[in-house]
Design a protein. Structure first.
Length: 257
């Protein structure tokens, strides 16, 4: 656990989940912002590891933030263990199943080839698919920082393939009406891996969810639009000072902000 500020109003921890690919490097940006106000727990992104990390930290409840593959796990935690989730943030995510909107064929072909590339080559090859064109053109050093962070920890091909299997089988479409946690869905308008429609459908299926479509952002939106990381903190702070209400009080369709 990483310690953030000592204000007692914000000591509820944040469980931050991402994948093991390049988004693990991207995830360091929102984590750095979150650590100003929260204790951040960032285990491997599996349901079992996440719950074990909460138990080890002695946390009965936490905010849960998922990015990309991590948002798949975050959905499952919120559905299976609703009492442990104070609020939920789903970034660059999909419900899967009947609500899944597939990417273009070129993206699907790249994802199939990616697992066979050497780790560093795969990270650099992912750049056009994960980042908005404006980021690649104007803020290339930020991408280099993400890749450097990712390379500091060895990539595990077996674990990556396991995540692909889990992601392809992911389907919460018929269960999202059971979600009771206050939910924020954030999605880049230029996301090529999971087109924007995935985020829109996900938010529409969750009662009361807040939907934020980000212009100038793609799958790696925390790097494309860094200011959104402060918005994530604001959402979590909003739901830190009071216990969650009952599901019966959370009605209505997704709202956009």
């Amino acid at each position: 656990m990483r310690s953030g500020a000592s204000d007692s109003r914000t000591r509820l921890p944040v469980l931050f989940l991402t994948g093991i690919g390049l988004t693990a490097g991207v995830g360091r940006r929102p984590i750095a912002e979150l650590e100003r106000n929260f204790d951040v727990i960032a285990p491997l992104a599996t349901t079992e590891d996440a719950l074990a990390a909460l138990d080890a930290a002695g946390a009965e409840q936490a905010h849960v933030v998922g990015l990309s593959f991590g948002a798949t796990v975050a959905q499952e935690i919120a559905l299976r263990h609703p009492d442990r989730v104070r609020s939920l943030v789903l970034g660059s995510s999909t419900a899967g199943g009947d609500l899944y909107a597939p990417p273009e064929s070129a993206v699907r072909e790249f994802v199939r080839r990616l697992e066979n590339l050497p780790p560093e080559e795969g990270l650099w090859a992912s750049v056009p698919y994960l980042y908005a064109p404006s980021t690649s053109g104007r803020h290339a050093p930020l991408i280099g920082e993400d890749i450097a962070r990712r390379l500091r920890e060895p990539l595990e091909p077996h674990a990556y393939r396991r995540q692909l299997v889990i992601a392809r089988a992911h389907d919460t479409a018929a269960r999202l009406t059971e979600l009771t946690a206050p939910t924020l869905v954030v999605h880049g308008r230029e996301d090529r891996i999971l087109p924007l429609e995935n985020g829109r459908r996900l938010a529409q299926a969750i009662a009361g969810a807040r939907f934020v479509p980000l212009p100038g952002a793609a799958h790696a939106f925390p790097t494309d639009v860094p200011k959104v990381n402060r918005d994530l903190v604001s959402f979590l702070l909003e739901h830190s000072s009071r216990r969650r209400g009952s599901a019966a009080r959370r009605t209505g369709r997704a709202t956009r902000v």
